[in-house]
Structure formats: C-alpha cells, structure tokens
Design a protein around this ligand. Structure first.
Ligand code: G6P
Length: 472
C-alpha cells in the first residue's frame, strides 16, 4: 500500500465484514452516509480509511476495497467493553447529550480510551503521505488529532464532531476535560454540527485552557512563546440525496409504499418514527403523546397507525437495555388498550432495513416524527424530506436537533412538552395538501442544495486554507 494523501480516521470502517460459507472474509459497503460522502474524494485523492471492523479480536491486514485503502484497527474484547461501550458510549455519549442518561466515570475506561486513540493515531500516521491530510471523525477519537500531530507535524489535521458538544456547566463534569480539549486542539480545523456546539467548545477552551479566542480562531500554544491557529466552526452535515430521489421515482418502490399502507388497513393517517433505539431520540415521549391522543379520542385507531422502526443499537450498554424494556412495555400497553382485530395503534419493529425499504416507508408516511431530546444533526429528517418528490407529507421536528437550524418549515416541537407535542401531531395530521406542498418544497430545496457533497467540499476547503496558512 502506498502512502495516502487523504486519510479518514473513524471508529468504524466503511464496510461490514461477513464471513462467507467457506470461512473467508467478505466485505460489503455499510449503509452510512459518510462513506457515500467521501467516496469520490477518497478515490480522486488516493485515500485511506482507518477504522475498527466492528468485531472484537479480529486481526485483519490492510486491504483495498472499491479503490479505497482500508486499514483495520483491532480491538480486544476488553477494549470493546471499556473504550467503545464504556468511555465512548456510557461516558461521552450521555454527557454530550445533555445528561439525558447519567454518564459513568471510570478511570479504567479512560485508560482504555487513551490507549485505543493512540492505536488509531499510529495507524493514521503510518499511512499518510508527506504533507498529506488526516480527517478524524467523532467522539470516539477526540485525542487522535493531538496524537497524530505529535507523530506527524507535517500533516494537516481536521476533526469533525458528529454529535452535540455540551454547555460548559455539563462539560466541566468530565474528569478528563482538559486532556480532551487538548486532544481536539491538535486539529487545524475542528468542525461541529451547529453554531451552538462551536460556541460551547470555544467557551470551554477559553475557560479551561485560557487560550486566546477571536471569533472562530484559537491561538494554540505550539512552543515557547509560539502559537498556531486552530479554527472551530459549524459545518452541518447532510446526506447524499441522489439515491433517495432515484428510489422515490421507481414504480416498484412506490408500489411497495402502497402495499405497506394496505397491509395496515389503509388508515387515513400513517405516522412514522425511524431511529436507532437510543434514549436521545425521544421515542418514549413520542409514544406517550400518541397514546394520549388515542385515549382522548383526538385520534382513532381505525384512522391512525404509528410505525416505529427502532433499529438495535449498543445492546450491551445498561441504559440501552433499560430503554428497550421501557419502550416495549409502553408499546404493548398502548396496543393492548387500543388495537382491534383489523387495526393496530403502533406497529413496532426492532429491526434495521435496507435503504429501498426505508424509502418506501418514507413515501407511505403522512407524518414523520423526529422528537429527539438532543441530536447532533438527525439525518433521518433529511432523508424523509429528500424522498418526498411528490411534495407531500409533514415533518414534525424537535428543536433540539441540528437539523432544526436548517429545516425551518418543519412543524417544530419541544418533545418534553407532551401537550405541545400532541398539538403538533394534530396540526400535522390535519394540514392541507396545499400547505404540505408549500412547506415541503422549501425543505427539499434546502436539503438538495446543501447535500453531503457540499458539506465535505466546505470542510476540505477549510482544511486546504489551513494548509496554505501554514505554508505562508
Ligand atoms: C452516531 C454516531 C456515530 C456512530 C453511530 C452508530 O451517529 O455519531 O459515530 O457510528 O451513531 O453507533 P455505533 O455505536 O453503532 O457506531
């Protein structure tokens, strides 16, 4: 493998490993948007991707897949428990999502996080070309920018944070708050989803490390009496809209949407929720509001069905185990109280589906419910909008998502306010086709013009400017 000009570093590789019938490894592109976003750039630039293959104790040599060099980082079972399930998903994840679940602080988890971040940084440093670019992704790898800089001062480093960055009062709880800030400040460009996230980060840098901050520019000490500039600002991520537009136009996908509606007894209103089964997504709040609308007779089970797709996620982390129990209990109760032989209140699916089926579901849904309590962006909202080539359907969107900054014509909700959420659901259900079309046209324009290509170009553009600045 030759050295790569652009190295992406993310917790997961962009491929899923499937062990074939003869015991050999097979790889399939994973459905994530990041891969689709970066694929063209990666190929053009001779790119490499450093990441974990998603299973413990698998040692795999670097290999090339679809024109991109993949560099697998191996994690032991203990590291999966302490670095991935522990520090990443039971410390940072809940802390950064406004402590919706209590974060657990364990020193052994932090030690594993440091060790694994070092392994990712070493892998990146060993494959990046002289004066190349390393682009680090997300909260699992916050120390990697600084570690790469120590190993390879010649390279330009970007970091993109896909989840929220918390207000200072919450961030300050983290016992390793200064180390994490220093880790991130190893990057030349630090990107966030919302302007608010960048502001919180800059506040933490000013208050904890006392660095000079002017606008988006941070003066980071780089030697005795010397500083270099790091930029922290918002680069809201998006989706690759083309497969959604293309699938939505296919007759067989439209037929599948009609079939889904018919299989539910053709109710007048289909409401849809699509989430990883995560406590940040506000699934309980949504179900509660919907259940009360049925109880109060504002909706009737003959006229309405809520489809809730909750894809399995992080199933060995306690908070996720409890959440699943709670949700399944309330779905069972609401269905038990309301279902008839021919109609169901909630069709709950603890499964993941291929993109084609998701597009059919989006087309089948009159109302899309995105009620996250906190969400970095929420790409499901953008997928729904991109899919509605017919300019029909209503998006109900929590103001606590990154997407709410951009998707202004959605019906906005505070998911903590159950009465407000109920009113928003009724407003969506009763919206005239004319008003639906007016809003959907504006939403679609926004998503199609600001797709993931625009996002990666603007981030890589900022990195190129940083590289020029270093040379000057
Ligand atoms: C969020 C995070 C990603 C993560 C994904 C799935 O979108 O920002 O970094 O990959 O959730 O979670 P998992 O733990 O399965 O990687």
């Amino acid at each position: 493998m030759t050295a790569a000009d652009l190295v992406v570093v993310a917790n997961r590789l962009p491929v899923d490993r499937i062990v074939g019938p003869d015991g050999t490894d097979e790889w399939r592109t994973s459905p994530g948007g990041l891969v689709a976003a970066l694929e063209p750039t990666m190929r053009a630039a001779h790119g490499a991707w450093v990441g974990w293959p998603g299973q413990a104790d698998v040692e795999i040599e670097p290999f090339t897949f679809d024109g991109i060099d993949l560099v697998p980082v191996s994690l032991s079972a203990d590291e999966v428990a302490e670095y991935y399930e522990g520090f990443s998903n039971d410390t940072i994840w809940p802390l950064y999502h406004d402590v919706i679940a209590p974060p657990q602080f364990h020193r052994e988890w932090w030690d594993a996080y440091v060790a694994v971040n070092r392994r990712f940084a070493e892998a990146a440093a060993s494959v990046v070309a002289e004066n190349g670019t390393v682009w680090v992704h997300d909260y699992q790898l916050q120390l990697v920018p600084q570690l790469v800089r120590e190993l390879r001062p010649d390279v330009t480093i970007g970091y993109f944070h896909h989840i929220p960055f918390p207000a200072h009062g919450l961030y300050a709880q983290l016992p390793w708050r200064d180390q994490v800030l220093r880790g991130l400040l190893g990057a030349d460009v630090i990107g966030f989803q919302r302007a608010q996230d960048a502001t919180y980060f800059l506040t933490a840098v000013r208050r904890r490390l006392r660095h000079d901050v002017k606008g988006a520019a941070i003066a980071v000490p780089s030697g005795p009496g010397e500083t270099r500039t790091a930029i922290a600002k918002a680069f809201p991520i998006s989706i690759d809209t083309s497969p959604y537009l293309e699938l939505a136009a296919r007759p067989e996908v439209r037929a599948r949407a009609a079939e889904i509606r018919a299989s539910l007894g053709n109710p007048a209103h289909i409401l849809l929720g699509v989430d990883r089964l995560d406590y940040t997504k506000g699934i309980r709040h949504r179900i509660k509001a919907y259940g009360e609308l049925l109880d109060e007779g504002r909706l009737r089970v003959e006229d309405a069905t809520l489809i809730q797709v909750a894809s399995p996620s992080r199933e060995r982390v306690d908070a996720y185990v409890h959440l699943r129990d709670e949700i399944e209990l309330s779905v069972g109760r609401i269905n038990g109280d309301n279902d008839t032989f021919g109609h169901t209140a909630i069709r709950y699916l603890h499964q993941g589906y291929p993109r084609e089926e998701m597009v059919a579901l989006y087309l089948a849904a009159d109302v899309m419910l995105v009620t996250a309590l906190r969400d970095g962006m929420n790409l499901v909202a953008k997928e729904y909008v991109a899919t509605r080539v017919d300019n029909r359907g209503v998006l109900v969107l929590s103001e606590f998502t990154g997407a709410a900054d951009e998707l202004r014509q959605a019906v906005r909700v505070n998911p903590h306010d159950i009465e407000g959420l109920k009113d928003a659901i009724m407003e969506a259900v009763q919206m005239t086709p004319r008003e639906q079309a007016r809003r959907m046209r504006a939403l679609r324009k926004r998503v199609i013009e600001n797709d993931v290509d625009a996002w990666s170009s603007s981030f890589l553009g900022a990195l190129a400017a940083a590289r020029e600045g270093k040379r000057a």
